[in-house]
Design a protein around this ligand. Structure first.
Ligand SMILES: [Zn+2]
Length: 412
């Protein structure tokens, strides 16, 4: 689970991202006749850390479910969106462990590298929380955030402020330009002319921290709210506003009445009905905050139940550890019999358990679990037919839960 975090392909990818992240500020700095070394060093370090932390995070989540297909799909949805969406229809194409680890490396490394290049993280403050969250729990938002970076290259006009724990592009990708609507994904705020301290900046920054705090639940419930209300909003929009309601209806109910937006507008300190572009008809459709909260209760209750069901079904099942195929020594044929060695003609491993109480032992995969029973005081000899001479006794993990057993192994 941990070894694969540091496998060669992963390290190569992380190194490539780190080298590029180092060179870009150095070269750009040289063009502007200023040193970009410090930015480059920070970018390279964060690219390596981001890539490896994200790999570790995803590897542990996968491993905890024995790399099952269900875990792949859940992780694909929860932390990268697109692979989950694609594989819901296409089968296990993008959500294999190898592909998910590659996505994690790219998103984690790229997020770290960009964070270092623009020096967004405030290390003597919340940056210590923001960075690790960005490359783990908030990977879904930052996957799209990375795409925003790519789209904004050349025309995004990145803000010059540093250590604000978020990127800001004064222009760049946005969903509306007249009036201008900022667009935030992960730690990347785009199409936002207002700098730190401005009301709209605080609104967008709220989304950055919503993403960090709620991770997949933020990203998925934001999208789910839009999906759930789309058809009713189109119908209501046409009834209230006529043909233009086809677009305005969803803008009012899916966007302005979205609980995450209602929250962000509250932080901004501006009524949602007072925003540029909101007509008198729109005001009839935009609910007061108390209505949004009332709808939020059943919505988030259902979302939480579904999330818990998904997590329990993927990670709660007691599936056996995955055996590596084509490695005979990892799949021993084991037989238990008190005091008896069964001849089988092959080389043996004998594990002798001398303990105060072991009623029976069960072998689950290659994990041996003796159960405790004080009434049983015999020694157990376990003959394991290990057809590969490479097998050594320490490949068997003997769990002595709540017992005090002495375990000795010898080769015969
Ligand atoms: Zn917003």
């Amino acid at each position: 689970m941990i070894e694969r975090v540091f496998d060669v392909s992963g390290l190569v990818l992380v190194t490539i991202i780190a080298v590029i992240a180092f060179l870009i500020p150095v070269i750009v700095g040289a063009i502007h006749k200023e040193s970009g070394i410090l930015r480059g060093v920070e970018a390279a370090i964060l690219a390596v850390l981001g890539g490896l932390i994200a790999r570790g995070f995803i590897s542990i989540l996968l491993g905890a479910a024995n790399d099952s297909a269900g875990a792949g799909l859940a992780i694909g949805w929860g932390f990268f969106l697109v692979p989950g969406l694609v594989d819901t229809f296409a089968g296990r194409v993008l959500t294999t462990p190898e592909n998910l680890l590659t996505f994690a490396t790219i998103v984690g490394g790229f997020t770290g590298g960009m964070g270092g290049i623009y020096q967004i993280y405030k290390w003597a403050g919340l940056g210590l929380l923001a960075f690790p969250l960005d490359v783990t729990w908030a990977l879904a938002g930052n996957t799209v955030g990375c795409l925003l970076h790519v789209v904004n290259i050349g025309w995004g006009d990145h803000g010059s402020e540093t250590r604000e724990n978020a990127h800001r592009y004064a222009s760049g990708f946005g969903l509306r330009y007249n009036p201008r609507y900022a667009f935030t994904q992960g730690c990347v705020m785009s199409n936002l002319t207002e700098g730190p301290g401005a009301d709209l900046y605080r609104h967008e920054k709220t989304h950055v921290w919503q993403s960090r705090a709620f991770g997949p639940m933020y990203t998925l419930t934001y999208a789910a709210w839009m999906l759930v209300w789309l058809i009713p909003a189109v119908v209501a929009g046409i009834i209230v506003e006529g043909a233009i309601g086809l677009v305005k209806g969803p803008n009012n109910w899916c966007y302005f009445c979205n609980p995450w937006e209602t929250w962000a507008y509250a932080v901004q300190g501006v009524a949602r009905t007072d925003i540029d572009g909101v007509s008198e008809d729109d005001k009839k459709m935009i609910w007061p905050a108390k209505f949004v909260i009332a709808w939020s209760v059943p919505f988030f209750a259902l979302a939480t139940v579904l999330a818990v069901l998904a997590v329990v079904s993927v990670w709660g099942a007691s599936t056996p550890p995955r055996s590596k195929p084509n490695t005979p020594g990892r799949r021993p044929h084991a037989q238990l019999s008190p005091g008896v060695l069964l001849p089988d003609g092959g080389p043996h491993e004998v594990i002798s358990l001398r303990q105060q109480g072991a009623e029976h032992a069960s072998l689950v995969g290659n994990v041996l679990i003796p159960a405790y029973d004080p009434s049983f005081r015999e020694s157990l000899s376990i003959s394991v037919n290990a057809r590969s001479s490479q097998v050594s006794s320490n490949e068997f993990l003997v769990s002595t839960a709540e017992t005090h057993s002495s375990v000795s192994a010898r080769r015969i």
